[in-house]
Design a protein around this ligand. Sequence first.
Ligand code: G3I
Length: 474
Amino acid sequence: MVLALVAPMLVACRVQVTPAGVRFSFAGDDLVVHVPAGSVGTEVTMTAVALPEPAGANTVPDTAFSVTPDRGWAVPVRITLAYARSAVPAGVAEGLLTMVRRESSGWVPVAGATVDTLAATATAELTTLGQLAVGWVGCDRRYASTCTLREAAAPIGIRVGATLEPAQIGDAAYISVLHREFGAVTPENALKMYSIQNQRGVWTFAGADAVVDHAADNGLEVRGHTLVWSQDQYTPAWVAGLTDPAELRAFTDEYIATVVGRYAGRIPRWDVVNEPLATYGTGRAGSVWDDLLGAGWIADAFRAAHAADPDAELWINEYGTDWVPGKHAALLALVGELVADGVPVHGVGIQAHRTSTAGPDAAAFRRQLQDFTALGLQVAITELDVPTDPRDSGAATAQAAAYRRLVEACVAVEGCTEVTTWGITDADTWLDGLGVFRTPTRPLLFDDSMQPKPAYRAVLGALCAGRPKGAAAV
Ligand code: G3I
């Protein structure tokens, strides 16, 4: 920047320097804007506003500023951000620090930035401003705070997923957390039979297409949830009301072929059968499929899905096996029969909708996961949430411990390949509308303001710790 151009601006715009605020100097022809850690200042031709904490996973506290020019800059401006050494998180080496800028994908390094570790400053020449901070880029799993969930999980072969509804695609805040933290989505409702063919013969794919397209455009994997949900209250009334076995069989075959075929190559894994067992029991659910087609309908559904997309992973997904007495053994027996019969089943989804912050016993839960990997199958936690009691002042801590136990169990079992939470923020949970729990249940990893909770840090820590030596393999 040429000094002659700067001087009139300085006069015109009145330099204001707050006591602990922004400081200006010149280096050769450049205007230098010094932004000390923690300050909020007004300055010449730009406004520097400290961002509220936490500014982001990869930033040193009190160094994040939104720097907005009053007018466009045609030439580079040198920005210097100061950081306090004591504020650098334990375990993050000063050598990892640089100046970072907030983009839609998260904090990215500013090209050409330099760090003076003696002065504890980061400096860069910028022609466009925005949200700037001192931080570091990339996940270093030795320091959990340098990683997002998906970054921490990917190297150990675990997908971290969350639900996505078509309406949420337009929610920029939700989507930004989704893209930053998660590598997979499960359509919460859009791929259910009641969404796809609620009226006989009327196929409705708009919602499912929107979720699948969004996932494809943003590098997210999709868990296809679900082809046959064996609970009549969630089945289209016209299907649940069928009485002719041949009619139900023909429809089910056509439905699976159509839906799996439509998304072949775009949905790599399906919950082919959801909740085949009684919700609070150990027998079959007693759905229209059980009643009209007999026990063999489950194997037939898997064979139909395999025929429609031989490359897709096919999963069975169940609720309550972690807390309904005898239900795990019942599911294990059912899955064991499918495997013994050569049915194309590849994975078992344990929903893990918890009922409180108590439990599960970590070792027992791990053994349940291992029971399925011992059959040569993958296993996953597919619908995780942990409701809290709003009267419990220690709920957030207890919830974090519960999440840690569950995720550590998955991490400890080599064939556990996914942890999906049933929602992202406490504001989006299905549990508050259930009429069962005292509300708000606050069961998820992010609070109503999209800020990470202790449970988030517990999950991140468990993922960063990695698979223990000797983790049980598939
Ligand atoms: O789409 C209608 C909308 O048109 C209507 O205005 C509104 C009024 O209540 O209802 C909307 O449908 C709701 C639907 O979610 C979409 O939001 C249903 O009433 C509601 O029952 C449905 O709840 C879903 C539930 O499955 C039943 O499908 C929950 O969101 C969803 O979280 C829940 O997910 C299930 C998993 O699929 C399987 N495992 C258990 C899990 C929790 O029940």
